[in-house]
Design a protein around this ligand. Structure first.
Ligand SMILES: *Cc1c(COP(=O)(O)O)cnc(C)c1O
Length: 379
C-alpha cells in the first residue's frame, strides 16, 4: 500500500500546496486524524514534518517565538529531563536557547521538585515525554504542564514514539497498558509530536506536530515578504518538500485505521510484556523503571553496597550481535535499548533463548566487550 502511494507521489512538492492541492488535503487529513486521536480541542491545528526531530525543532521555535511576543522574553530557557530526546538539545543549540537539565528519580520519571526549581520566568518551554525513549517510561505530563502554565511558558509533549501506541493500548487493556493523561486533553499542554514513521508503520519521513490552537500554531510559521521571488511562507524547516512520505503515510493510516492499529498494538505490547518477563527471569539483568509499552531497556544488576554491575552489558551486546541481533547501546548506566514493534512479534522466543545463552557465556568470562556506547552516524 505504501509503495503504491509513494510511486504515485514520487515527483510532487509540498512546498506549494496551491500547486499540489492533493498534498494540502493529505496534510490536513493527517493532522485532523491525529488531533482526534490525541484529544485535541476543536481549534487544534498542526503541520506534517519530516520526522520527530523536525517536529521538535519546530515546537521549540514556536515556544521561543511565543515567549518573545507574549512575554518579551529574549533570553529563553528550555527545561527538560535527562531522559528527554537529544533532538531538544539539538534544537536549543540551533535556536539559541539555554537548557536547564532535570535529573531522574529511581523510577526514571523526572524529579519534579528539581523541575519546579528549574521553571522560572525565563522559561520558554518545558518538555514532557510519552514515553521517554531511554527507558520507555511515561512522564507525569499533567504535573509538568501545570508548571509551564504557571509561568506562561509552553509545554511540549514528545509522543514521537507513543503517539500511535498509547491511545490504542488503553483501549485494548486499560489495566496493564494504562498511562496517566498525557496528550492534548491535559490542560497546559500547548503542543505534541507523534511520528507516523515509527509505530504508525509508514515509511520514513513523516511526523505530525500539533498545537492546541491556530493562534499557537502561527508561531511555527516563517513568513518573508521582502524577496523578489514573492511572499514566501513555510510551516517548517524545509523548502522544497517531498510529497512522497506524507502520501505514503496517508495511505497507510487510511488502510490500517483505528482497528488496524489496535490489532498491531495488542500484538506488539503482548510481545513487549513477554520480553520484560523473560529479561526479569534472568539472574543479573533488570528492566529499569516500569515501562508498560513498546520501549524498554536492559541493564545489569549491581552487587549490593556498590555500583559495580555484575555483567558487562556491552559484552552481552557483542554476543547478541554475533547471533545477528542489533541493539542500540545507551547509558549511563551501560544498557541496551529495545524498541518493540509488530515486526518483532515472531522472534521474541528465539531472542529470549539467545539472551539467556549469551548471559551464561558472558558470566563465565567467555566474552569481553568491544567499544563503548554509541548511537551515531559518523561517516
Ligand atoms: C525517535 C524519537 C525522536 C526523534 O525523531 P526522529 O524521527 O528520529 O527525528 C524524538 N523523540 C522520541 C521520544 C523518539 O523516540
Amino acid at each position: 500500500m505504501a509503495d503504491e502511494a509513494a510511486r504515485m507521489f514520487l515527483h510532487e512538492n509540498a512546498l506549494n500546496t496551491k500547486a499540489f492541492p492533493s498534498l494540502a488535503g493529505i496534510q490536513s487529513d493527517l493532522c485532523a486524524w491525529t488531533a482526534d486521536l490525541l484529544h485535541g480541542p476543536e481549534d487544534a491545528a498542526g503541520f506534517v514534518t519530516s520526522g520527530g526531530t523536525e517536529s521538535i525543532l519546530c515546537a521549540v521555535e514556536a515556544a521561543r517565538e511565543r515567549a518573545r511576543s507574549e512575554r518579551d522574553l529574549h533570553d529563553p530557557e528550555l527545561v527538560l529531563a535527562e531522559s528527554a530526546h537529544a533532538a531538544f538539545h539539538k534544537a536549543a543549540h540551533l535556536l539559541g536557547l539555554r537548557t536547564r537539565l532535570v535529573p531522574l528519580m529511581d523510577d526514571r520519571t523526572p524529579d519534579l521538585d528539581a523541575m519546579t526549581d528549574a521553571v522560572t520566568d525565563r522559561t520558554a518551554l518545558v518538555v514532557a515525554s510519552a514515553p521517554q525513549y531511554p527507558q520507555g517510561v511515561v512522564d507525569p505530563v499533567a504535573e509538568i504542564a501545570a508548571m509551564a502554565d504557571r509561568v506562561g511558558a509552553s509545554c511540549h509533549v514528545d509522543a514521537c514514539m507513543g503517539g500511535f501506541v498509547l491511545p490504542f493500548a488503553v483501549l485494548e487493556d486499560p489495566e496493564a497498558w494504562y498511562a496517566p493523561p498525557w496528550d492534548l486533553g491535559v490542560d497546559g499542554v500547548t503542543s505534541i509530536s507523534a511520528d507516523i514513521h515509527k509505530l504508525g508503520y509508514a515509511p520514513k519521513g513523516v511526523s505530525v506536530l500539533l498545537h492546541r490552537s491556530r493562534q499557537l500554531r502561527r508561531h511555527q510559521i516563517f513568513e518573508f515578504d521582502g524577496w523578489l521571488g514573492g511572499r514566501y511562507v513555510t510551516p517548517n524547516l524545509q523548502g522544497t518538500r517531498s510529497g512522497l512520505p506524507m502520501a505514503a503515510a496517508w495511505a497507510v493510516v487510511r488502510y490500517l485505521g483505528a482497528e488496524g492499529y489496535r490489532r498491531l498494538v495488542r500484538a506488539t505490547l503482548e510481545a513487549a510484556d513477554r520480553i520484560r518477563t523473560g529479561i526479569r527471569a534472568i539472574d543479573g539483568l533488570e528492566v529499569p523503571g516500569d515501562p508498560r509499552h513498546h520501549l524498554l531497556s536492559i541493564t545489569a544488576t549491581s552487587v549490593s553496597g556498590n555500583d559495580q554491575p555484575v555483567l558487562d552489558m556491552y559484552a552481552i551486546d557483542d554476543a547478541l550481535a554475533a547471533r545477528g541481533w542489533h541493539h542500540d547501546r545507551q547509558g549511563p548506566p551501560d544498557g541496551l535499548h529495545l524498541t518493540v514493534s509488530n515486526g518483532n512479534v515472531p522472534v521474541v522466543e528465539q531472542w529470549l533463548d539467545d539472551l539467556a545463552e549469551v548471559v551464561g557465556e558472558v558470566r563465565s568470562g567467555g566474552v569481553t566487550s568491544s567499544g563503548s556506547g554509541a548511537y551515531a552516524t559518523l561517516e
